[in-house]
Write a protein that binds this ligand. Structure first.
Ligand SMILES: C[S@@+](CC[C@H](N)C(=O)[O-])C[C@H]1O[C@@H](n2cnc3c(N)ncnc32)[C@H](O)[C@@H]1O
Length: 259
């Protein structure tokens, strides 16, 4: 779970983290395109990563939607109007919802699995834009989370609910076996610690059929969400052996499993 960011400074690490905005101002920010394949020796950015162990460099090559999915610009995406205003920081910003919706329109998945439901905003956008799909979405059981009534509330009683199956369980112990190599699209967006993302990613790689797609949220992130460094670190490692791309202008990362 992402944590709240406005608490008092408690530790030396927090104090160092509080200096990061100053270092960022002193260090030109990398745009997604500039961030493409940065040199590891590359000075100030690497230094920034060393100041706070939580920070990881963005190493994934950056691609636009069109570069990853030629012809996708012809797609029209549907977004419920009540998703235009972002309800909570746990929910994806509109641009990312639209990108995921466009990808669904483009690949027309038959089976989707989301690890980390929260309020179900992305689940709903995927359901609307993948009208032929059966969707599965997993979140922790109510006893394990304070916000349990929110889980899946955007689709729970709506017209797409019959195609959406809400699973309650911990992705560390959930039995994914029935979905092995069955899924066209897996969206990984649950626990963002390195160990959890690594585990969810290994599961996702097993679940996706050849030619399918894995999308991760939070490859890129803002400093108050430093736990997302787990996503960045995991995907930097995975990218050494598989093609994984950062989606330009978003925090999303994408891997197409070879056919
Ligand atoms: C960032 S939110 C998901 C947002 C959602 N995917 C969306 O796009 O709106 C992360 C969710 O993952 C859930 N979660 C965290 N750890 C989990 C785990 N080990 N297994 C299953 N769900 C988990 C949290 O309860 C939370 O609802």
């Amino acid at each position: 779970m992402r944590k709240e960011s406005n608490g008092p400074l408690k530790s030396w690490n927090d104090r160092i983290t509080s200096l990061l905005p100053w270092f960022r101002r002193a260090t030109p920010l990398l745009t997604p395109h500039q961030a493409e394949a940065p040199e590891r020796e590359n000075s100030s950015y690497e230094l920034l990563c060393d100041i706070d162990n939580a920070h990881e460099p963005y190493l994934l090559p950056v691609r636009t939607l069109d570069e990853l999915f030629p012809g996708i610009s012809e797609s029209s995406v549907q977004l419920p109007a009540n998703r235009i205003m972002r309800e909570h920081l746990m929910v994806l910003p509109v641009t990312e919802l639209l990108c995921i919706g466009a990808i669904c329109r483009h690949i027309n998945p038959r089976s989707v699995f989301e690890i980390g439901t929260y309020s179900g905003a992305t689940t709903l956008v995927m359901a609307i834009n993948a009208p032929g799909a059966e969707l599965h979405t997993l979140d922790l059981p109510p006893a394990d989370i304070a916000a349990s009534t929110k889980i899946g509330r955007h689709f729970r009683d709506g017209p797409h609910a019959p195609r959406i199956r809400q699973h309650l369980g911990n992705s560390a112990t959930f039995n994914f076996a029935p979905f092995d190599e069955q899924l066209d699209l897996v969206f990984v967006d649950a626990d963002h610690t390195y160990e959890a993302v690594r585990r969810d990613t290994e599961n996702a790689l097993r679940l996706v059929r050849p030619g399918g797609l894995i999308i991760w949220d939070d490859y890129r992130w803002e400093e108050e969400w430093s736990e997302c460094a787990g996503v960045t670190r995991c995907l930097n490692e995975i990218a050494a052996v598989r093609p994984v791309f950062a989606l330009a202008g978003t925090r999303l990362a994408i891997h197409k499993v070879p056919s």
